[in-house]
Design a binder for this molecule. Structure first.
Ligand SMILES: [Zn+2]
Ligand SMILES: [Zn+2]
Ligand SMILES: [Zn+2]
Length: 460
């Protein structure tokens, strides 16, 4: 039962959870993804709708998410960030920078003066006087007359030539091949240069098949596990941020906490879902986080399973590993939770009352339990309480010291040493008539819950 790491002392600090609005959105987003997972929705496609501010809508997603298109886009993109959806180019839209309308029409302009008064046609050059103009300008009574010098054009290639199909500006007479494109907004009438128009891509969204097994776990067994823990009196925090004693902040997938009156249990539950078996690296990271956070009850849910060396490490570090089918067994076969009565915080009066208290909470209790430690030595623990709450077997070592003077450091140290050798990390110490200050300090550092009583009630 020995653990490699010596237990550590600070209680995990749970950081605040994100604001509730995000939680609600998250739930809706997961509902949308669930529909995609079961292929009720194959993909999420935009529909152009110039009547809306955005210019396009996602009707199906809007219906499920119950939010407007702009919010839909941000939720869909957050699902892309999480790797649950993939994004595919659907169309590029141009938007008016003045009023954001998508209702834009291209217009052509003179590159010299910017005028929109331009005409397109065959352009002739009168070589005699150098006049360049559209064919229309030269036509008069079935002949070509130069509008500048009034001389008739006679032989192509000799006194005049055709420059081909070009454009001519009516305002500045510039002749040119490629006009400048600008965009006229049909909503606010403003005219925008091509490089000033806002371009926006819109996308369709698909379910990312690579995330299927993770999601299938996330949507069903994970919820059941959380429910299971709550029924057993645990406070459950998903994606808990816990500050470790190193100062680092750790993310714990599920943190379950319960105070049974005698000790506080913290269970760190890690969830590892991968396409392939999970390796040592992930297990090591999880163990490291739990250790730094001072949590010794560790459960790792793995989908699909663990590599051999990872399995070995997990058992050595007392990490309970559950594959999804193990988890299902735990969830279905575990006895119904005893409806735990909300009781007064435990107050030590006598050993017999302590034992009664534990038994009422569903503990198996052994007095003067003799246990062999990893050192080979045999130890006696005043009260050993054991309870299998369906997912973790909890052992509590309880030491009781009664003396005339406050109990000194040596007694607490002995107790802690025994518990450590046996491998029990949930510890309570009862001191009558109390603890000496240095013993108090030591107990706190070693995470021993201390109960002090002035006197011992006569045993009944
Ligand atoms: Zn001419
Ligand atoms: Zn011009
Ligand atoms: Zn506009």
């Amino acid at each position: 039962m020995a653990e490699v790491n010596k237990p550590i002392n600070n209680n995990p600090e749970v950081a605040e959870t994100p604001p509730p609005t995000t939680e609600g959105e998250n739930e809706k987003a997961m509902k949308l993804v669930a529909e995609m997972l079961t292929e009720k929705i194959i993909d999420i496609r935009p529909q152009l709708d110039y009547a809306t501010e955005l210019g396009f809508v996602y009707p199906v997603a809007e219906q499920i998410l119950g939010v407007k298109a702009e919010k839909v886009v941000s939720i869909l993109d957050s699902l892309v960030d999480k790797g649950l959806l993939s994004r595919n180019f659907f169309e590029r839209l141009l938007r008016c920078p003045q009023c954001r309308s998508l209702n834009l029409r291209p217009t052509t302009h003179c590159p010299k003066c910017g005028s929109g008064d331009i005409a397109r046609g065959r352009v002739l050059e009168h070589l005699v006087c150098g006049y360049v103009g559209l064919e229309d300008e030269f036509v008069a009574k079935g002949r070509y007359i130069c509008p500048k010098c009034k001389v008739e054009l006679r032989t192509i290639g000799s006194d005049y030539q055709s420059l081909g199909l070009l454009r001519k500006c009516h305002d500045c007479d510039e002749v040119f091949n490629i006009p400048v494109i600008k965009w006229r907004c049909l909503k606010c009438s403003s005219l925008t240069a091509e490089d000033k128009v806002i371009e926006a891509n819109i996308y369709s969204y698909n379910f990312n098949e690579a995330k299927r097994s993770w999601l299938e776990f996330e949507l069903k067994p994970k919820h059941q596990l959380i429910e299971f823990l709550r029924e057993r009196g645990y406070e459950v925090t998903e994606n808990a941020t816990v500050k470790g004693r190193s100062g680092a902040e750790h993310k714990i997938d599920i943190l379950a906490t319960r105070d049974n009156g005698i000790v506080t249990y913290n269970i760190a539950i890690g969830i590892e879902v991968a396409g392939d078996a999970i390796g040592l690296g992930e297990i090591f990271d999880f163990d490291d986080k739990a250790y730094d956070s001072g949590i010794h009850d560790k459960i790792l849910v793995v989908v699909p399973g663990l590599h051999r060396e990872a399995e070995k490490f997990a058992s050595q570090q007392r990490i309970k590993v559950l594959e999804v089918r193990d988890l299902e067994t735990v969830l279905t076969s575990a006895s119904q939770p005893a409806k735990e009565v909300k009781r007064e915080p435990f107050k030590f009066e006598s050993k017999s009352k302590l034992i009664k208290y534990l038994k009422q909470s569903g503990y198996e209790v052994k007095e003067n339990a003799r246990l062999k430690g990893r050192s080979g030595a045999e130890h006696e623990i005043d009260v050993l309480a054991t309870k299998d709450d369906g997912i973790v077997i909890h052992h509590i070592a309880i030491g009781i010291e009664v003396a005339a003077e406050p109990i000194g450091l040596d007694r607490v140290f002995d107790f802690d040493d025994k518990a450590y050798d046996i491998g029990i990390l949930d510890k309570a110490f009862i001191a009558v008539p109390g603890l000496a200050p240095e013993a108090q300090q030591f107990a706190q550092r070693q995470k021993i819950r201390v109960f002090e009583a002035k006197t011992l009630e006569p045993s009944s």
